[in-house]
Design a protein around this ligand. Sequence first.
Ligand SMILES: *Cc1c(COP(=O)(O)O)cnc(C)c1O
Length: 473
Amino acid sequence: MTDHTYTSLHTMGQQLDRRSWAEPYKIKAVEPLHMTTRAQRDAAMVAAGYNTFLLPSRDVYIDLLTDSGTNAMSDRQWAGMMLGDEAYAGSENFYHLEQTVAECYGYKHLVPTHQGRGAENILSQALISEGDHVPGNMYFTTTRLHQERAGATFHDVIVDAAHDTSSLDGFKGNVDLAKLQALIDEVGADKIPYVCVAATVNMAGGQPISMANVKAVRELTATYGIPIYLDATRAMENAMFIQEREEGYRDKPIAEILLEFCSYSDGATMSGKKDPLVNIGGWLSTNDPEVFEAARNMVVVYEGLHTYGGMAGRDMEAMAIGIREALSDDYMRSRIGQVRYLGSLLDQWGVPFVKPVGGHGIFLDARAFYPQLTQEQFPAQTLAAELYLDSGIRAMERGIVSAGRDALTGENHHPRLELTRLTIPRRVYTQAHMDVVAESVKACFETRESVRGLRMVYEPQYLRFFQARFERL
Ligand SMILES: *Cc1c(COP(=O)(O)O)cnc(C)c1O
């Protein structure tokens, strides 16, 4: 096995030195952006209580809040919308989506859902019994919640490097096989209904998992008869990282890599709002006829009939087309390349962020920005506010505010990482926008010493990061 340490920019960065590269698409329809003045942004930030989630999008210039459902669709996808067959049962578009998922991901059975969490709910209820344990390579908010609501305890079995911003390991999303084995030994295989493997790992900064690792997880769990379900939300982006970094995959198209990757699993939950280049939708897929049967029974309760599951026919058509478009190597290279381009600019100016750059965004290290602030003065929340005030760019906090409070003691969780996330929507912004973003981050970095923190003046009971309000200290 090769050394996965990943220090330099791959071909994209090298090409940058010699020749420029550009997006492999051109613009057919434009959506004007809203330009604001500093005075307008000052007023908007106060009105939003220094929380970027509370800003109306009309006050935002470049919106990097999330890559979820913010994708730009192609002309072909929009044309596909006109082919929407809005029959209640057996819509033509369902069969197209079913066939596309079978061909691109390799799964036999498909249950459409309104978005990823709908699939998580159904899978969790179908497989988990009270008192079960579900291991996963770092948690995702909605995924873990559904597993817990179905009666399971979640166990993080990701490699330690995932929690270390200074580690340059190329596969920081990998499952730690020793941790997984230890859990199996502790609770017993019959208490583990499945292993949940995410590709890429969102909460670790979009870090990938290697083919060798998923294969090893398969070998280990197969001896105990434990199935593997993927959170395949960004599995295509993961495939690009495998092509770049893992021995033996350099000459394989990502379409082939994705199929092999999924072949080590029994099924997947999927958010259409990420890889598949649409704005809404999701699905659950499985190779297990019994799980399929259970899921088909349940989808009619929570989502809709088993041939639409909460999506309009036109949405299923756009997703089927989007899946094929996202599996183009040229597109995916530009997708990851754009994120990396932003990272390379920031790196050149010494701005601190999580490395190596992951698939869907740049995670700024707010603690390193503001050593003068304690964690209770909300460094990452402060940086998100400063960025907006500087240029109208919208980022999101991933630190103490997002981590919330301990349910028993009521004390704040103190996560090791205090990050401000710049998430890049797919096919929406150009390299020029990335320049503007980088320069704004640089401006905030240069004035970092004079920045004071925030105090929280309103705290909602659940998922406080969405609606909490702050004032300047
Ligand atoms: C977005 C996301 C989900 C949930 O999908 P929704 O479509 O938002 O319900 C699950 N897992 C990961 C890793 C995600 O990024």
